[in-house]
Write a protein that binds this ligand. Structure first.
Ligand code: SF4
Length: 263
């Protein structure tokens, strides 16, 4: 049987790890942690509630908190068919871990295979770099359609969005009710106020397993063809769809129309 993720050594982590580089809590960390717990408990009361996990550092923190407090919040991962090997290895660990947490079962959603095959056959494996339209079509097939299935029947979903991540996310609220009318969903962003240092402080403190790509200067990790390491001084999300304008850099999961529905 696999060891629980939280008990795995912090190891397998390169000499200069993300923990060593970033784990510096802000002065208000304890207050933010209490706020996050309160938000998670409120989300759990909106049953059924589910966490959207990209397996990034923020999402691993949220899953750890769900487990630590035995909250009845399920977890889902969109396995797009284009993830890094490191991400898939972490997903396998998470699957083994959540088997011991029946209050928070993990479900993996994959795209419709025939839709992926048709798109790649027609447009090629590198379609996403040729135009924003093709990139969004790929995200639609690999992410948005499975997301719709993952959220069907849910009353609340939780994300790891933080205000610090990008200009487009600077106004992210802790509780977002703007999708409630259109989709019957409340979106909870329990780490909205956390800094990157807070995230890594929590990971270090609780020995939370994380994607080793974070040690290799990947702060934000998505599909392999659309994610690269960032250089010193670059923005947090500079490694995502780096060939596009900053304003276009969302896959649709967290983009809304004026009416509040996911775009
Ligand atoms: S991130 Fe890239 S590979 Fe992944 S679904 Fe979007 S365009 Fe396709």
């Amino acid at each position: 049987m696999s060891a629980p993720i939280s008990s795995l050594p912090v190891g397998d982590r390169a000499a200069s790890t993300a923990i060593e580089r970033h784990a510096i809590a802000s002065s208000t960390f304890e207050a933010k942690l209490a706020e996050t717990l309160a938000i998670l408990q409120e989300a759990a009361q909106q049953a059924p509630a589910t966490q959207a996990s990209s397996l990034g550092a923020e999402d691993m923190v949220i899953t750890h908190l769900i487990n630590a407090h035995a909250l009845p919040i399920s977890i889902f991962v969109l396995e797009t068919g284009a993830l890094h090997g490191e991400t898939l290895a972490l997903l396998a660990r998470l699957q083994a871990q959540q088997a011991a947490h029946p209050h928070a079962p993990l479900t993996i959603y994959r795209p419709q295979a025939d839709a992926v095959i048709r798109f790649v056959t027609r447009e090629g494996a590198d379609a996403m770099v040729r135009s924003i339209e093709l990139r969004k079509t790929c995200c639609g097939i690999r992410k948005m359609e499975p997301l719709g299935r993952a959220l069907a029947g849910q009353k609340a979903w939780l994300t790891g969005l933080r205000r610090e991540q990008s200009g487009a996310r600077a106004e992210v609220p802790l509780i977002d009710t703007s999708e409630q009318a259109a989709k019957g969903l409340i979106k909870f962003n329990p780490l909205a106020n956390w800094t990157w240092g807070d995230v890594w402080h929590y990971i270090a403190l609780n020995q939370v397993a994380y994607n080793p790509l974070h040690d290799q200067f990947f702060p934000s990790i998505g599909c392999a063809p659309c994610t690269r390491a960032i250089a010193v001084g670059e923005d947090f999300r500079a490694g995502r769809w780096w060939w596009e304008d900053e304003a276009a850099k969302e896959c649709g999961l967290h983009v809304k129309t004026k009416e509040g529905a996911p775009a």
